[in-house]
Structure formats: structure tokens, C-alpha cells
Design a protein around this ligand. Sequence first.
Ligand code: SF4
Length: 173
Amino acid sequence: MIRLTEEARAEIAKVPFFVRKMAQKAVESEVAKANREEVTVNDVRLVREKYIKFAEEEKDQSKAKPTRIAVVRCEVVSEVCPGVACFQAFNQRKIAFSEYGPETEFIGFFTCGGCPGRRVARLVEKLVPFGLDVVHLSSCMLLEKDYVKCPHWRQIKRSIEQKGIKVVEGTHH
Ligand code: SF4
């Protein structure tokens, strides 16, 4: 039966709470492996260092996550547009994409599925587990010159925001 000295208990209490249980199990297992029965403050310090490092690495990894974006466009316009202007604007980080750094990832490009655009919320939901941060409404949905502006764009925008995803209006105009 593994026991902890009082100092060892106090030292364990300093481990960040989300890895504390794991750290205690790890220190007990190290002590058991060494055929000892008492966990000392030094045992805890050794494992604590390891877990703090682990927690810091986890934090760094989440900080390093790149921004992930997708574009939704008009189903009707997609019959005559392969989307090259959206991709060019993104690749050159211009117009609606000018704020993004080189690490930004373009992870989805899809149409609304036809009026009134009900498909959008479902596809956004599919992209959320892949780390989606932002959806752009394509310029073809919003322009009033070449095409009729999408009568449903506000509703589509709301349906995306309700999934906790930021919406940017426009792509290449
Ligand atoms: S809902 Fe808007 S974007 Fe979709 S097909 Fe209709 S007009 Fe185009």
C-alpha cells in the first residue's frame, strides 16, 4: 500500500488540477516500481515537473492551432462559376482574406444547396470537429450588380453564427 508523506501531499496540491490525478497516479506507480511504499516530496517534484511540462506543451499546441476557414457560395451561381476568384483571393491573402496569416487553412468550399440555403448549417456542423473558425459568405451571394443578391443571406449568416462560428461577408469583391 503506497502512502504519501504530508510534504508529498502538499506538493501534489501544487500540480494544476486538470493533471493532478494523473500526476498522483504516476508518482505512486514510480514509487511502486522502485519497491518502495512511501512517496516523498522529491518523488512528487520529479513527476510534477514532467506534468507541468506536459501541461505547458498542451497549452502551446492549442495556441499554435491555425485559423481554419470555409466559403459558402450560391448554388445557382455555381453553375457558371468554378470558384477561381474566391481561391485566388485567398491564395493571395487579399480583399476579404487580407487579415489571414500564411498558416491559415482553407478547409471547406460548398454551395448553399439552393434556396433557402438550409444545407449550410448542416455542412458547417460537419466542419466544426475539424476546427472550423470562420465561414465567408461568397461575394456572389452579396453582390447586387452581376447577380441578384441572395434574399436569404441574413438567415444563412444567423444559422452559421448559431453554431458558434464567425461569419465574414464577402470573398473577392
Ligand atoms: S439561398 Fe441564396 S445563395 Fe443559395 S441559391 Fe438561393 S440565392 Fe443563391
